[in-house]
Structure formats: C-alpha cells, structure tokens
Design a protein around this ligand. Structure first.
Ligand SMILES: [Zn+2]
Length: 78
C-alpha cells in the first residue's frame, strides 16, 4: 500500500510531531501482563491511504519515532 505524502513525511520523525489531519486514533499497542502493560505506541489509521501509523513511545521500535506498518494483529479486518 502506497502511503500518502503526509504519511510518508511522518515516518522517521520524532513522536513529538503531531499526527497529520487524516489520521484516526485507533488505540494503543502494548505488551506485558494485565495491569502492568508497557505501551509501545499509539496507533493511527490513515483515512486517505489506509496505512497504519505507529507513534512510538520510548519502548517502541524505533523508540520515540513515527513508523508505518501492518494492520495490528488485534484489529479486525474490514
Ligand atoms: Zn495516508
């Protein structure tokens, strides 16, 4: 899936850069035991190109950067 220009621009930027206007907040990715989860990213789904953007925390990969990736495994397919 080709990312839109706004999405492509965000990849590799610091997570402190705000999401572009066509990104819909879609929860968070986290791991660990219930009650002690480590958040690794805020997830955003682009309403223009359909790509998933990950606004990583310091525990993300890469840390504190925007990344683009696959649909989250726990997100239902359309
Ligand atoms: Zn997009």
């Amino acid at each position: 899936m080709q990312p839109c220009d706004a999405g492509r621009d965000l990849v590799g930027k610091p997570s402190s850069v705000p999401p572009h206007g066509d990104l819909a907040a879609s929860g968070v990715s986290a791991f660990g035991p219930p009650g002690n989860m480590t958040k690794v990213s805020s997830r955003w789904n682009c309403t223009v190109c359909g790509n998933w953007m990950y606004q990583n925390t310091a525990d993300g990969d890469p840390p504190k950067e925007w990344a683009i990736g696959e649909r989250p495994a726990d997100w239902p397919a359309k």
